[in-house]
Design a protein around this ligand. Structure first.
Ligand code: OSB
Ligand code: MG
Length: 373
């Protein structure tokens, strides 16, 4: 690909969630996030998403920091100039430290643009091999055990075959045990979003007899060494999420043996190129299980998750649910829908393979900016 980038538009969108999503770090009712639209001289367009939120809870990034960094640092090096593609973009902004979700948003838009210009699906451009990807559902913290059982039941009725429960100290053994007793064969796991310390290891040990697939991110992000110790002292495998922001982090996690499993989120690591490197390292070189995680993306960001989940090293169900699990209406056509076998289909059309409904984007936009040469 070699194109002249004519403009980059950024949209702050606010979309109500169909139900509040509560984790150990807080509750979200409305998804505030950033969409990116890149247009090249010939009129072809690429879309991306930087799935930040209003506050720095999951990661230090927010809508405001991503807006600032996209506008002032990531976009100027490519607007009005010829660029070769996502790799070229990453080189031009390599001085920028951190801000990986902002960077991912623009990088993803360039992958969509590249694939469209080549007339290929995103899956084919990145080397995906699957036609359908296995997915699961992430269940937020509920007011009580009854509600948890009811919510899980409703997802199972809709066809989901793997359930992840959000936990925090004091909301862990009880809901997990109740779901396990009601569904002895269910593929079940938990995600703590870093809410525990090694000092509270007994709370986590209490989960060891529930046959969980894994415990995701039990300890704080910077604690790779403590995760390694915890992994040695628990039966249940550990999975890292927030701890791995780059291929360098993945190398260290493998060297320290911090976790068996990785939840790979393209936005968390700065885009698809870094995701491909981490995928090759974790799955192909180290032979460890890996799956794709989400951040309540709109249908636009979801397309990149589905493409990533079609990679051969993704061997466990991914956190990619259908559009109606998140939003009343999605920004793409067709919306993402669950197949009867608990999978999502990987689109075959050019680029992200779903049409972006620009009138819907406009409807949910609270702030828009356009960067031109
Ligand atoms: O830790 O995986 C997480 C959503 C927002 C922030 C963090 C996480 C999540 C999820 C939801 O678990 C996954 C999804 O998009 O369905
Ligand atoms: Mg997580």
């Amino acid at each position: 690909m070699r194109v002249l980038v004519r403009s980059v538009e950024i949209f702050h969108v606010a979309m109500g969630l169909v139900e509040p999503f509560e984790t150990s770090f807080g509750v979200e009712n409305v998804r505030n996030t950033i969409l990116i639209r890149v247009e090249e001289r010939g009129g072809e367009v690429g879309w991306g998403e930087a799935p930040v939120s209003v506050g720095p809870w999951y990661s230090p990034e927010t809508v405001s920091t991503a807006w600032h960094v996209l506008r002032d640092f990531l976009t100027p090096p490519i607007v009005g100039s010829e660029i070769e593609g996502p790799e070229d973009f990453l080189e031009r902004v390599s001085r920028v430290r951190g801000h990986r979700m902002a960077r991912a948003g623009l990088e993803l838009a360039l992958w969509d643009l590249k694939a469209k210009l080549e007339g290929k699906s995103l899956r084919d451009v990145i080397g995906g091999t699957k036609e359908r990807v296995q997915v699961g559902v992430s269940v937020g913290i509920q007011p009580g055990v009854e509600e948890t059982l009811r919510v899980v039941e409703s997802y199972l009725d809709r066809g989901y075959r793997r359930v992840k429960l959000k936990i925090r100290p004091g909301w862990d053994r009880q809901p997990a045990q109740a779901v396990r007793e009601a569904h002895p064969e269910l593929r079940l796991m938990v995600d703590a979003n870093g809410a525990y310390t090694l000092a509270s290891i007994e709370r986590l040990r209490a989960l060891d007899d529930l046959g969980l697939m894994m415990i995701e991110q039990p300890l704080r992000p910077r604690n790779l060494l403590a995760h390694a110790e915890l992994a040695r002292r628990l039966e249940t495998p550990l999975c890292l999420d927030e701890s791995v922001e780059s291929v360098d982090d993945a190398v260290e996690a493998l060297q320290l043996d911090s976790a068996l499993i990785l939840n790979l989120k393209p936005a968390r690591v700065g885009g698809l190129l870094e995701s491909l490197r981490i995928h090759d390292l974790w799955a192909a070189s180290a032979g460890r299980p890996l799956w794709i995680g989400g951040l309540l993306e709109t249908g636009i960001g979801r397309a990149f998750l589905v493409a990533a989940a079609s990679l051969p090293g993704v061997t466990m169900p991914s956190d990619i649910s259908a559009s109606d699990r998140y939003y009343e209406e999605d920004l793409v056509e067709p919306p993402w829908s669950l197949n009867g076998d608990g999978t999502l289909s990987v689109p075959r059309g050019p680029g992200i393979g779903v049409e972006v409904l620009e009138d819907k984007v406009e409807k949910y936009t609270v702030r828009r900016d356009e960067i031109r040469a």
